[in-house]
Design a protein around this ligand. Structure first.
Ligand code: FMN
Length: 164
């Protein structure tokens, strides 16, 4: 399968999880394209990050390819910010093209887990509104992402269940 991994990561947890997942998928001979979303101007104030996420603001992305037509399966990944998805992923999804009838999955990373379930439901709805079929979602605890055994267990159940 030709798989895209589209993600945003501020402090590196989501990035580490995506890199782990990419390697696991490549071992299964899938062709993987990773797209790390970058903001034109990265906001580093925790308060402003929370405010912008909470208000469901979009952020300006730099050098981004919005067409997902060529992929068989697309996996999105983002941290939970202020009980919702990040402005970077929200912005990307509002412009993304080629999601209709496409199989997708997503990975959320979080701290305490506050708002993770709400975020899951919201992202499911956004993806369904774009016409995508949500095959899976996976929540990962940010403070456990350095633990390779934790990631292996989380990902192996996914790869088995969804034939990835
Ligand atoms: C601005 C901001 C808001 C956050 N809000 C939440 C939250 O509402 N719930 C939660 O469980 N974790 C929250 N976190 C923790 C992150 O989701 C968690 O640390 C995540 O793994 C960070 O991913 P990253 O390292 O890829 O940026 C927040 C972190 C930041 C920076």
């Amino acid at each position: 399968m030709n798989i895209a991994l589209v993600y945003y990561s501020f402090s590196g947890n989501t990035h580490s999880a995506v890199i782990f997942f990419r390697q696991a998928l490549e071992e299964k001979t899938h062709q993987i394209q990773t797209v790390r979303l970058k903001l034109s101007r990265e906001e580093s104030s925790f308060f402003k990050q929370c405010r912008d996420a909470f208000l469901k603001k979009e952020a300006e992305l730099s050098g981004c390819e919005y067409s997902l037509k060529q992929y068989d399966f697309i996996i999105f990944a983002t941290p939970v910010w202020a009980f919702t998805i990040t402005p970077a992923l929200r912005s990307y999804l509002s412009k993304a093209d080629g999601l209709k009838n496409k199989k997708v999955g997503f990975i959320l990373t979080f701290g305490s887990g506050a708002g993770a379930n709400k975020t899951k439901k919201e992202l499911e709805r956004i993806l369904k509104d774009k016409g995508a079929t949500v095959e899976f979602s996976l929540g990962l605890k940010g403070n456990k992402i350095k633990d390779k055994e934790y990631l292996r267990n989380e990902f192996s159940s996914l790869t088995k269940s969804y034939g990835l």
